[in-house]
Write a protein that binds this ligand. Structure first.
Ligand code: ATP
Ligand code: MG
Length: 900
C-alpha cells in the first residue's frame, strides 16, 4: 500500500461508519490564541469537545496536518536522529463528540488494523491506563490479543489532558512489533529500543478536571484518536524507518543528489548505518515539509511568534545543508519534489509553490550571509578574549550576536567548541528569557484582556453567544444588557451599573455592532436609553462568540438587565462595507490578472482604507496594477448585486467559494457573493450592490516580506477625497512655481527649466562666495594678506564669512590655505541660532599646530564642541554672538600651541 492508499483507506473506513469527512485545517489554528500550531487532529474540534459548540454530526474523521515544534509537543530536537519523529506529519483520526465511546473506538481500531491493513494480531500490542479496567476488558473481549499483550501503563504515557483544567481521560495505544522474526522481549524493553512502535493512540475523554485537580465525570464522554500516517506507512510498507517510505524517499534522494552524496550507506555488517550525513538529510527532508506547509498556510518568516518558528526550522535545515557541503541556497530547489509527493493530497501546496520557492530562497540567502559575517564576529571576539586570558564567551555577548545579528546559538557553540572555548549558557538563557518575557507581554495583551473579560463576566452562570443582527441593519431597538464590566487598574471587574463619566464594557443579548474579525475592524456608535447615552468606541469578540462593546457612558446610568437601543456610526460602517466588498473584488481581479497562485495572506478593512496581503513571487508590474484597478472599477460600474447565504462548508466550496487561510471548517458558513465575480467565505459586512463602492483606487503595491506583497487602496468617498487632495496639492504647486499652462506637457517642461536654472544659480553662488573670501577676483594674494597676522613667524588668518553650506565652507578654507602657502586659516560662519568654525593648517606646520586642538579650544567660546585631523577640523556651536570673540582668540590659541 502506498501512503495515499493508506490515507484514503482510513478516511473511507470511518466515512463508511457514519463519520463526516473533514479536510485538513491549516497549521495555524483558527481563533485560538493559546496555541501556536495545530499539533493534533483534535485541534480543529476543540470547541466541540469543550462544549462551546454543538456539531451537526457527532462523528468525524480527518487526515490533519500537524506540527510539533513548540509547547506541550515539541519533537524538533528528535528530528534527524529518530527514525520515527517529525516536526510536520499527518495525523489520521476518528472523533466522537458524545456519541460512541470506548467500545466502538476499540472495535473500529482493531478491525481497521487487522482486517483492512492486514497486520497479523501476533505483531500487535495494546496499552491501557493502569486504572482503566474497562478498556482492558474491552480489548480482551473485542480483539484476539492474548492477556499478556494488553499492557497497563502509568499516567505519563496513558493519560491525556487538554490542559491544567478541562476534558481529560485515559488512553490506549496500539503498538506494532517491527521485528517479529526475533524472539519476543519484555514490552518495556521492546518499546524503549524502538522495536515495538506506537502507531495509534485512542483517547477516551471521560472526565472534566476542575480547578484544584478533582476529576468529575463528563456527561457525554468523547473519543479522539490519532495515528501517524508516516509510522503506519513504514509498518505497512515493511521498511525500518519512516524515512524509507514513499513519503520521504524521493525527497531524500533529490537532496542527496544535489549534495553529491548518497542516502543510506550500508555499513560493513549490512545494517543501515546512521551516518551524520544521513541525519542531516533527514533533517532537511523533514524541515522542507514543515517550511513548505507553514508558508502555504500563510505564515511569513519573521522575528517573533509563528514567523520566528518558521525561520528557525528553515535555518536548521540550512545548517544541516552546510554540514553536508551546501554552500549555496538549496532548500528551495527541493520544493517541486515535495509537490510531487504530497501535492495531490494538498492542493494548497501547488497554489503557493512559486511564492514559497521565492520566500525560501530569499531566507536561505539572508541566512548564509548572516552566518558568514556572524562567524567572523565570533572569531574576532574569541581572539580578543583569548588575549585577555579568558576561555568563555560571556552570555550577554552571545545574546548580542544571536539577537542583533541573528546568528544561531548552535553556530556560536560550534565555533566556540572548535576554538576550545566555553559558552556562558546560563547568562545567555537569562538574557533570552528577559527578552522573550517582554515580547510575550506585548503580544498577549489584547487577547488576555478579552480572556480576562470573559472570565470575569461569565461568572458561574453560562453566558450565551451574542446574537449578531448587524449584517442588514445598523440600528436595533430593545437589546438587553446582559453583563457590564468596568476596568480597575486595567483589570476587568463585574459591575451592575456604569454611570456618566465611567468607561467599561457591555455584553448584550443581541447587537448590530460588528466585532473585529476577518480583517474588518470593529464598529463604533452609540447605545441609547431613556435619559442616557454611551459612546461605543470599539467592538471585539472572543472565540466563543461573545461580543464586548467598549463604551464611555456620556449621560445617565447604564444598568444590567436594562433595555437599550443601538445605533452604529452609519457613515463609518458604510465606508467599511464599501472597502470590504472592494477587498473581495480586488482578490478576484488579482487572480484574474496574475493567476491563481496569488493567494490572500491577510487583510485589513478599515473605514478609511483597505489593505490586502498576498503571496506572490515577484512585484506586480505597472500595467498589472492598472489592469487590476481597471477590472475592479469595471465591476463597480456594472452595479452587480451582492448575495449573502448560510450553507454547509461543503456546499460553499462546491459553489466555488474561495476557502481562505484560517477559515474554520465548521458546520455552517456564510458566503458572500458578488454575483458571477467573486464568492468567498466571509462573516463581514458588505454593500448590497457593487455600485455603492463608487470608485476604487490603488494607492500602493509593495513587498512586505520575501514572497509577500501588500496592496493598499481606497474606495468611495475616501477615494474621492484622495483624488481631490491630490488635485489641490497639484494646483498649489503649479501656482507657487508659476508654471500654469493648459498643456500638461508644457507645464512639465517649464518645471524642468526651473530646475536647471536653479542648479546653475547655485553653482554661480558657490563660485562667487569662494571669490569673495579668497579674493580670487583680484590679482595676487593681496586680499588675504590684509588680515593676516604673524604669530611667532606663522601666518594666521581668522575671518568671519557669510553663512554657507558646510561643503562650501570647507572649500573656502582650502582655497585660503592654498593661498597662504604656509599658515593657519580659521573661518567662522553664523547661521540662525548656530555657528560653525573651521580650522585648516598647511602641511609644513602640522607638526607644530594641530587644527583639531585649535578647534577644540575655540569651540568652547561659541558654546559647542568639535575636532578633527591635525590639518583640518571643524566645530559647531550654539552661541553665534560669541563668534567675534572666538576669532579674536585664534592668534593666542596658535601661540599657545607654538609654545609661546
Ligand atoms: P511518541 O511517544 O512516540 O513520541 P506520542 O505519544 O507523542 O508519540 P501521540 O501524541 O499519542 O504521540 O500522537 C498520536 C500518534 O501520532 C502516534 O501514535 C504516532 O503515530 C504519531 N506521532 C506522534 N508524534 C509524532 C512525530 N513527532 N512524528 C511522527 N509521528 C508522530
Ligand atoms: Mg502517545
Amino acid at each position: 500500500m502506498n501512503s495515499a492508499d493508506i490515507r484514503s483507506s482510513f478516511l473511507d473506513f470511518f466515512t463508511e461508519r457514519g463519520h463526516r469527512l473533514f479536510p485538513s485545517a491549516p497549521l495555524v489554528p483558527h481563533g485560538d490564541p493559546t496555541l501556536l500550531f495545530t499539533n493534533a487532529g483534535m485541534v480543529p474540534f476543540k470547541n466541540a469537545f469543550l462544549g462551546l459548540e454543538t456539531p451537526e454530526d457527532r462523528r468525524a474523521v480527518s487526515a490533519q496536518r500537524v506540527l510539533r515544534v513548540s509547547g506541550k509537543h515539541n519533537d524538533l530536537e528528535n528530528v534527524g536522529p529518530s527514525p520515527r519523529h517529525h516536526t510536520f506529519f499527518e495525523m489520521l483520526g476518528n472523533f466522537s463528540f458524545g456519541d460512541y465511546f470506548k467500545e466502538d473506538a476499540i472495535r473500529f481500531a482493531w478491525e481497521l488494523v487487522t482486517k483492512v491493513w492486514g497486520l497479523p494480531p501476533a505483531r500487535l500490542f495494546a496499552t491501557v491506563f493502569e486504572q482503566d479496567d474497562e478498556a482492558e476488558a474491552l480489548w480482551r473481549g473485542l480483539s484476539t490479543l492474548p492477556a499478556e499483550r494488553i499492557i497497563r501503563c502509568g499516567a505519563k504515557d496513558n493519560f491525556w489532558a487538554m490542559g491544567e483544567t478541562g476534558p481529560c481521560g485515559p488512553c490506549s495505544e496500539i503498538f506494532v512489533d517491527l521485528e517479529p522474526q526475533r524472539p519476543e522481549v519484555s514490552f518495556e524493553q521492546g518499546s524503549d529500543s524502538g522495536r515495538y512502535l506506537e502507531i495509534w493512540n485512542l483517547v477516551f475523554m471521560q472526565y472534566q478536571r476542575e480547578e484544584g485537580g478533582a476529576l468529575a465525570p463528563l456527561p457525554n464522554p468523547s473519543i479522539d484518536t490519532g495515528a501517524g500516517l508516516e509510522r503506519t506507512s513504514s509498518v505497512l510498507q515493511g521498511v525500518s524507518s519512516n524515512y524509507d517510505t514513499d513519503l520521504f524517499r524521493p525527497i531524500l534522494e533529490a537532496a542527496a543528489t544535489l549534495a553529491g552524496i548518497r542516502y543510506g550507506m550500508r555499513a560493513a555488517n549490512g545494517k543501515w548505518a546512521n551516518s551524520e550525513s544521513d541525519t542531516s538529510l533527514r533533517v532537511i527532508a523533514d524541515h522542507l515539509r514543515a517550511v513548505s506547509f507553514l508558508l502555504a498556510d500563510g505564515v511569513i518568516p519573521g522575528n517573533e511568534g509563528r514567523g520566528y518558528v518558521l525561520r528557525r526550522i528553515l535555518r536548521r535545515a540550512v545548517r544541516h545543508g552546510m554540514r553536508i557541503g551546501f554552500e549555496e541556497p538549496f532548500l528551495h530547489r527541493l520544493v517541486p519534489v515535495l509537490g510531487e509527493v504530497l501535492g495531490h493530497a494538498y492542493p494548497e501546496l501547488g497554489a503557493t509553490r512559486m511564492a514559497s520557492v521565492a520566500a525560501i530562497q530569499a531566507e536561505e540567502e539572508k541566512f548564509l550571509s548572516t552566518v558568514a559575517s556572524g562567524a567572523r564576529q565570533v572569531q574576532e571576539e574569541v581572539e580578543r578574549l583569548r588575549s585577555q586570558g579568558k576561555t568563555t564567551l560571556p552570555g550577554a555577548m552571545v545574546f548580542r550576536l544571536y539577537d542583533t545579528y541573528g546568528l544561531p546559538i548552535e553556530v556560536i557553540r560550534e565555533i566556540a567548541e572548535e576554538e576550545r572555548f566555553g559558552v556562558d549558557e546560563e547568562g545567555f538563557r537569562h538574557a533570552l528569557e528577559g527578552q522573550r518575557e517582554q515580547s510575550r507581554k506585548a503580544t498577549k495583551e489584547v487577547q488576555n484582556r478579552l480572556l480576562a473579560l470573559r472570565e470575569e463576566l461569565r461568572g458561574h452562570a453560562d453566558m450565551p453567544e451574542t446574537r449578531f443582527e448587524g449584517w442588514d441593519a445598523t440600528t436595533l431597538e430593545g437589546a438587553g444588557v446582559a453583563r457590564l464590566a468596568a476596568f480597575r487598574d486595567g483589570d476587568p471587574l463585574r459591575v451592575s451599573e456604569l454611570k456618566a463619566g465611567e468607561s467599561g464594557v457591555a455584553v448584550l443579548d443581541q447587537t448590530v455592532f460588528y466585532a473585529e474579525g476577518g480583517g474588518e475592524v470593529g464598529d463604533t456608535g452609540w447605545i441609547l436609553w431613556d435619559g442616557g447615552k454611551a459612546h461605543v468606541t470599539d467592538t471585539r469578540k472572543d472565540n466563543s462568540g461573545i461580543f464586548f462593546h467598549f463604551i464611555d457612558v456620556e449621560r445617565g446610568t447604564l444598568s444590567r438587565h436594562q433595555k437599550v437601543d443601538l445605533k452604529v456610526d452609519f457613515d463609518r460602517r458604510q465606508a467599511i462595507e464599501s472597502n470590504h466588498t472592494a477587498t473581495h473584488l480586488l482578490h478576484a481581479a488579482l487572480r484574474q490578472v496574475v493567476g491563481q497562485s496569488a493567494r490572500q495572506a491577510g487583510s485589513l478593512v478599515a473605514p478609511d482604507r483597505l489593505r490586502f496581503d498576498f503571496t506572490y513571487h515577484r512585484g506586480l508590474l505597472e500595467p498589472e496594477v492598472q489592469r487590476v484597478e481597471d477590472l475592479v472599477n469595471e465591476w463597480i460600474r456594472r452595479a452587480v448585486p451582492t448575495d449573502f447565504r448560510f450553507r454547509s462548508y461543503q456546499e460553499a466550496v462546491a459553489a466555488g467559494a474561495m476557502a481562505l487561510f484560517g477559515e474554520k471548517y465548521g458546520d455552517t458558513v456564510r458566503t458572500v457573493e458578488v454575483q458571477g465575480l467573486s464568492t468567498e467565505l466571509c462573516g463581514g459586512c458588505h454593500v448590497n450592490n457593487s455600485g455603492e463602492i463608487g470608485l476604487f483606487l490603488i494607492e500602493s503595491e509593495r513587498g512586505i516580506a520575501s514572497g509577500v506583497r501588500r496592496i493598499e487602496a481606497v474606495t468611495g468617498a475616501g477615494a474621492l477625497a484622495a483624488v481631490r487632495a491630490q488635485r489641490i496639492a497639484y494646483d498649489g504647486l503649479i501656482e507657487t512655481l508659476g508654471i500654469k499652462s493648459a498643456d500638461p506637457a508644457q507645464q512639465r517642461e517649464r518645471a524642468g527649466q526651473l530646475k536647471t536654472r536653479m542648479a546653475e544659480l547655485e553653482n554661480e553662488v558657490k563660485k562667487l562666495r569662494l571669490q569673495l573670501v579668497s579674493g580670487g577676483g583680484k590679482s595676487g594674494p593681496a586680499a588675504a594678506d590684509d588680515e593676516t597676522i604673524d604669530v611667532l613667524g606663522v601666518k594666521v588668518l581668522a575671518r568671519e564669512v557669510p553663512h554657507a553650506p558646510a561643503d562650501d565652507l570647507r572649500a573656502m578654507a582650502d582655497a585660503l590655505r592654498a593661498k597662504l602657502g604656509s599658515g593657519v586659516v580659521i573661518l567662522g560662519a553664523r547661521g540662525d541660532g548656530n555657528v560653525s568654525l573651521i580650522a585648516a593648517v598647511t602641511k609644513d606646520l602640522v607638526e607644530r599646530v594641530k587644527a583639531g586642538e585649535l578647534v577644540k579650544k575655540l569651540s568652547g567660546v561659541i558654546g559647542g564642541r568639535g575636532g578633527g585631523r591635525p590639518d583640518f577640523a571643524q566645530a559647531g556651536g550654539k552661541q553665534p554672538e560669541n563668534l567675534p570673540a572666538a576669532l579674536a582668540a585664534a592668534g593666542d590659541a596658535v601661540r599657545e600651541q607654538l609654545g609661546g
